[in-house]
Design a binder for this molecule. Structure first.
Ligand code: GDP
Length: 369
């Protein structure tokens, strides 16, 4: 029988038949890949060469089996999260599956948060949020996988906590797990030694195993899709616009009650009642915020979405979900979080409403900054 080929990016089994399914590679690309000795699936190829994001279809069954396998092994679990989208980074049910295995949480993309934010405070905040979700990480580290910073500290922490065991690296898609893994490979292993053969039992997903000094492995697992991310409703161009790439410059708004902010045409924030005060928006610097009156804001949106209020763009608005309203009564300094898009910090008691496309969560949390 023909030997199964695996993508050297994500480890998935390569196939040339079904364009929609995992591992698809056009025949011509496969031939080129074989000639050069580097076969990538189309998804990894696009990501590497065009920085384009493609959907992967990870079924719920595969996802549960993956977590089960991890829960049944004696290993260190490294959970990579995106600190710009902390809630969107949480793997549903992870705490129930890890069993007695220690979890090391790595907060990635620290470069996006204002430099003035104290690291100790951020780590404390992450620990508190993790506890609320039932996760008790043995430690929380911060990094910026893109910038190679602190990679040595991370390796030392992994070495310390793994205590001779294997390491599973888990994360939802887009948190920067691959970027981090690539940095780790560059530090600890020869790319040729990295193997992608062993399969999670009962799944279509393959492990990428990176050999460690003592015969154990650091195992990269497939990214898990978080259903409520804004990312699922946007085109690739818009996605690049809302995903910040540089330190976020907070935008401060002095608002009177009954004023509204539109975050492009993607989300909306209403200051319903309370005393005039300042509200701080933490979103991509490239996303335009538009201030208007609460009265008539829905009509304003209908009229201007796709033009003055964008993204989405004019040709995308028919497919774009309607905005759904969530109301909150705020007592203390709180972030109104628009999953994957950013957040608005409310500092004074107020009644506010957050609107997001149907299917995308709006939640509140203790203020990060
Ligand atoms: P994965 O899906 O978790 O494997 O995520 P990727 O490694 O593909 O990264 C997703 C996106 O986040 C890419 O656009 C990366 O360039 C970006 N990214 C990864 N690490 C960092 C980081 O430390 N800082 C910033 N600002 N972006 C990052």
């Amino acid at each position: 029988s023909e030997e199964q080929l695996h993508c050297i990016g994500c480890g998935v089994a390569i196939q040339t038949e079904n364009q929609q399914a995992l591992g698809f590679t056009p025949k011509a690309a496969l031939e080129k890949g074989l000639a050069s000795g580097e076969v990538y699936c189309q998804r990894c190829f696009r990501l590497r060469h065009y920085n384009e994001i493609q959907d992967v279809s990870l079924t719920d069954d595969d996802f549960l089996r993956l977590l089960n396998e991890i829960g049944n092994t004696d290993a260190l679990i490294v959970n990579v999260v995106d600190i710009f989208d902390f809630n969107g980074s949480i793997i549903p049910g992870l705490h129930r599956f890890v069993g007695n295995n220690p979890v090391l949480m790595i907060g990635n993309k620290v470069d996006l948060l204002p430099k003035s934010l104290k690291k100790g405070r951020l780590i404390q905040w992450m620990k508190e949020r993790a506890h609320e979700l039932g996760l008790r990480p043995v430690d929380v580290l911060l990094t910026s996988a893109k910038k190679k910073s602190e990679i040595q500290d991370i390796l030392e922490a992994i070495e310390h906590y793994r205590n001779g065991r294997d390491v599973y690296v888990v994360g939802v898609t887009n948190v920067g797990k691959s970027t981090l893994i690539n940095q780790i490979i560059a530090q600890v292993a020869d790319v040729k030694e990295v193997i992608t053969t062993s399969r999670f039992p009962g799944t279509t997903l393959d492990k990428i195993e990176i050999p460690l000094d003592d015969g154990q492995f650091l195992i990269d697992t497939p990214g898990i899709i978080h259903r409520h991310q804004m990312a699922h409703y946007l085109g690739k161009k818009d996605l690049r616009l809302i995903a910040p790439t540089k330190e976020i410059k907070p935008k401060v708004y002095q608002l009177n009650p009954e004023q509204t902010l539109f975050l492009g045409g993607l989300a909306r924030f209403d200051f319903v009642s309370g005393a005039r005060s300042s509200f701080i928006a933490y979103v991509s610097n490239d996303l335009t915020i538009h201030r208007t009156k609460l009265k008539g804001a829905s009509e304003f949106y209908q009229k201007h979405v796709g033009a003055l209020l964008q993204p989405p763009h004019a040709d995308e608005i028919t497919a774009f979900p309607e905005l759904v309203r969530f109301e909150f009564s705020i007592k203390e300094k709180t972030d109104i979080v628009f999953a994957g898009l950013g957040w608005i910090t409310v500092s004074q008691p107020a009644i506010v409403a957050g609107w997001a496309p149907k299917g995308v969560d709006v939640i509140i949390r203790k203020a990060l900054i």
